[in-house]
Write a protein that binds this ligand. Structure first.
Ligand code: GTR
Length: 410
């Protein structure tokens, strides 16, 4: 009899636990279900000191936040010198119907007897005779997918031009900008066991087991690679390295924000639908959450980040602080109306709250915490838009990024 009661009680308890589990795992896609949350104070040091000047921001708070994001979210970047060599494989002045020069550079990294290669594709406008500003974004599927140009050297098995709707090359060239891109797999193949083939292998990392709890994985490797491309831009006399606009979509938007936060050589940073671990606030737990992202992609963030799954309250930072690390440089955050997984409102609020640091510099952030209507960009030193449509990169996005770059760089 007693055994039977214990059994029923155990059954009941496991039902309660499972129901609770299922409930916390459920994706929140309605504003009314967002839990109450408190954001960490952006302008207060770890020791509780108020940050009121640019000097205090740069000397105290900014380094504190960089350390927190490094150790708790993205992981430490590879450190140490790597031998780098550049080989120009192509330099053709009659690309894009004669309006651009196409260059393809093979970049070889060597260290500890390990070698990794990246293939950088560049289109530079012929109409401009002085060093040009360049939009730089990693691509998802291989360089040859961004255009049907038959002379792009392939960097994957994917069909030529299959991603061309996301890359309006002529529009960018006609606006007087260059375009640079590289396949993100060149830095870390986006797989759970991608470590051995990644650039992390240059630093002795062969697998997840070699990574410390605060060690970087894919996002850190992508950000490292993004900075190595900037090293190249600094050597190319046709490029104005002081006017590189770093753009990234989705997971590559997360990488762009993290690279742009660490590497102030990027003059503008643009996040397109970057979502959880990118522009979206983690503590809102709307759409994709810290728990779901770490389960699906255990190789993206550092292992320490896993402890905040379904425990965002313990997270010592939130993503408005990542955007603030880009200040005083211009930053643009963009969302898509149907991209609820990326939490458009959380992306907007991050951009809004980051404004406090821009104001320290005497610059304007977003003026209101009420989201703008669709397809109506709000543009200050911090800019934001939400466009109609799905998780993607569209002409509307690019047209606004070009206007933003014109405003701040020309
Ligand atoms: C999804 C992921 C998002 C986003 C997206 C993408 O599967 O959950 O965080 O990064 O992929 O990169 O397209």
């Amino acid at each position: 009899m007693i055994m039977k009661r214990v059994y029923i009680l155990a059954l009941f308890l496991s039902f309660v636990i499972l129901a609770g589990y299922a409930q916390t795992e459920e994706t929140i896609d309605e504003e009314g279900k967002v839990p109450a949350y408190t954001l960490p104070a952006l302008l207060e040091s770890n020791a509780g000191r108020k940050i009121t000047t640019v000097e205090q921001w740069e000397e105290i708070r900014r380094p504190e936040l960089l350390t927190l994001f490094t150790e708790q979210v993205y992981g430490k970047s590879p450190v140490g010198e790597v031998d780098v060599s550049y080989r120009k494989l192509d330099d053709n002045h009659s690309a894009v119907e004669g309006s651009a020069t196409r260059k393809q550079i093979e970049i070889t990294f060597s260290k500890n007897g390990v070698r990794r290669k990246a293939l950088l594709l560049l289109y530079l406008p012929n109409q401009i005779k002085t060093p040009v500003p360049v939009f730089f974004a990693c691509n998802f599927q291989g360089n040859q997918t961004i255009s049907t140009d038959p002379d792009i050297i392939v960097s994957s098995d994917n069909p030529r031009g299959c991603a061309q709707s996301r890359w309006p090359v002529s529009k960018i060239i006609d606006a007087g900008y260059g375009l640079a891109t590289v396949y993100y797999f060149d830095f870390f193949p986006d797989r759970k066991d991608g470590h051995a083939e990644s650039v992390l292998a240059l630093f002795g990392i062969r697998g997840e087991q070699d990574i410390a709890s605060d060690g970087g994985q894919a996002l850190s490797a992508w950000a490292w690679g993004i900075s190595r491309m900037m090293d190249y831009f600094e050597t190319d006399r046709q490029i104005d390295a002081s006017r590189i606009i770093l753009m990234g979509h989705s997971r590559l938007g997360k990488a762009a924000l993290w690279a742009g936060a660490q590497d102030s050589r990027f003059s503008i940073v643009i996040s397109n639908c970057s979502g959880c671990g990118g522009a979206a606030l983690s503590k809102r737990a709307f759409g994709e959450t810290v728990g779901t992202i770490n389960n699906a992609f255990p190789h993206w963030f550092c292992k320490n980040f896993r402890q905040y799954g379904r425990n965002e309250v313990a997270l010592p930072v939130d993503q408005h602080e990542l955007i603030a690390l880009i200040a005083p440089r211009p930053v643009y955050v963009a969302s898509a109306e149907e991209d609820l997984w990326a939490d458009p409102k959380g992306e907007f609020l991050s951009a809004f709250y980051a404004g406090d640091v821009y104001r320290l510099y005497g610059l304007e952030g977003l003026q209101s915490d009420v989201m703008p209507v669709v397809n109506s960009p709000v543009v200050h030193r911090v800019a934001y838009h939400i466009r109609t449509g799905k998780h993607d990169v569209t002409d509307f996005d690019w047209e606004n990024y070009i206007k933003f770059a014109d405003k701040w760089l020309k």
